[in-house]
Write a new protein. Structure first.
Length: 142
């Protein structure tokens, strides 16, 4: 019984560490103009500072609330979810603009990026089962 308990705990720890180590993939439409983007440019897109690339309107898409979104915000935007919301509240009242879209399911993010040439989003790398139509431009560790 002790051996089984130890095995179960070890298996759980391995699963959690693999989940934590999984990479976030920043994706764009494979035929769109968003290629070779730096983290600074990606940050500018998500903060509403960069709106067009090659004459194409950029549409940023967010992951649903949770640890993936928080990790992306920390690693790429260098801010918390709360700071992001505060930034956009100030921006919308001061300058106007459009808040990045938030999809409720990673598959919807992938589909939106496939359909829109100027779309950019992020998903867990393991969620990219059928990556036809999207291109991974950057990986971010969680």
């Amino acid at each position: 019984m002790k051996l089984f308990s130890c095995f179960a705990i070890l298996h759980g720890l391995i699963f959690v560490s693999n989940l934590h180590a999984e990479e976030i993939a920043i994706i764009v439409n494979e035929t769109g103009p968003l290629v070779n983007l730096s983290e600074i440019t990606i940050r500018d897109i998500y903060l509403g500072e960069k709106k067009f690339e090659g004459g194409v309107r950029i549409e940023a898409i967010n992951y649903p609330e949770g640890p993936v979104k928080d990790a992306f915000f920390q690693a790429v935007l260098k801010m918390t979810s709360r700071e992001f919301k505060l930034h956009w509240t100030k921006k919308l009242f001061g300058e106007g603009g459009e808040l990045p879209l938030t999809e409720t399911d990673p598959r919807d993010i992938i589909e939106a990026v496939k359909k829109k040439r100027g779309a950019i989003g992020y998903v867990m790398k393991g969620e990219l089962r059928d990556s036809k139509g999207v291109k991974v431009i950057k990986g971010v560790s969680r």
